[in-house]
Design a binder for this molecule. Sequence first.
Ligand code: NAP
Length: 279
Amino acid sequence: MNQPLKLGVIGDPIAHSKSPIMHAAALRERGIAGDYSALHVKPDRLEDTIRTMREEGYRGLNVTIPHKEHVMQYLDELAEDARRIGAVNTIVNEAGRLIGRNTDGIGYVRSLKEEAAAELTGRRIVVLGAGGAARGIIYALAAEKPNRITLLNRTPERAQALAAEWSDLADIAALPSSRTAEALQDADLVINTTSVGMHPNMEDVPLDIELLKGTEIVSDLIYNPLETRLLRSARQKGCRVHGGLGMFVYQGAYAFEYWTGASAPVDAMRSAVLANMKL
Ligand code: NAP
């Protein structure tokens, strides 16, 4: 009989993580024996933790703040997306070889396509923010062959650097915030990847809502609250809206699929997270 799968998530802090609840539900739903634990790992214990993962035969780990970049040096191989994004959120142990992957971006795009925009090819996309989460989703969006991706960020140099780094992937341009109205004029899809509007600053919005005149879809990576003020206002203006919970669920779904080879029970995973958030 197969040994129960050893899985977990490493981060600092980690107590707030919904990943253990979500993956426990997935394992249960698929009838797979396994244990997914939350491991509180301080930065100075990261290398030892990865060694322990090998010694104790963990099949996989999720990696969260602040280890997504630093963990890369302790792995045997990086998938192309993780290497170019510069961050790993999922480790898969393939017979002792630790492979680093990034499922944040592809998780986001799978959620967006299933919940709000079946087709992204040819779309004009505006991304607000140029931080870690933006890197993952822009990389994955570029693979969908959009018409163009326009980046707007409080610190414009960061957006410019990202647009230059990935100019081979898609038509990506960075504009200063002073040109927000111009960027939004004919956008099909606006995505907030900044932390503006996140709990507890839930009344903040990352842009002037009035500028969303012709936008078809507005998406926000934030999932606490489940509907940000940006999304609420966009919905009232007639836009289709897409919240951040799906990204969280689908990044976990991809990880689960890599580890188990089984399709992820996304509805059960989402329900488990939602039930926990309501506690
Ligand atoms: P990060 O690397 O720290 O980047 C934060 C981004 O927000 C930067 O572009 C920053 O601009 C911008 N920003 C922060 N405060 C701002 C303000 N007051 N005004 C304007 N811009 C501001 O963080 P991250 O890891 O990318 O996370 C960003 C958001 O995505 C968070 O809300 C996080 O919860 C969410 N997220 C969701 C998921 C999910 O599964 N749904 C996964 C990952 C992240 P500067 O460059 O100018 O500092």
